[in-house]
Design a protein around this ligand. Structure first.
Ligand SMILES: [Zn+2]
Length: 86
């Protein structure tokens, strides 16, 4: 199945929340420990909100739901989000 997009599709929605490009940010999967950049995650946009999954074990790394007045970001699938700064 290739019904997913790569993590670059998250650039716009995450920039709206954080004001920076997070596609180069690092994640580490809670499920299998695989390290990956946000751009490398498998993104499903037809789920409720946007769901980004680990390419190693299919664990949900992050979920982003946009409501008219807020963004809900669920990051429980990554042990940390490493954001590179200048
Ligand atoms: Zn994984």
């Amino acid at each position: 199945m290739t019904d997913y997009l790569d993590g670059n599709v998250l650039a716009g929605p995450l920039r709206e929340v954080f004001g920076v490009d997070l596609t180069t940010a690092g994640t580490r999967c809670v499920g299998c420990g695989q390290a990956a950049h946000v751009a490398e995650l498998r993104v499903f946009t037809d789920a409720p909100g946007i769901v980004a999954r680990c390419s190693g074990c299919d664990n949900v790394i992050m979920r982003l739901v946009r409501t008219p007045d807020a963004a809900w970001l669920d990051l429980r699938g990554t042990t940390a989000l490493r954001v590179p700064l200048g």
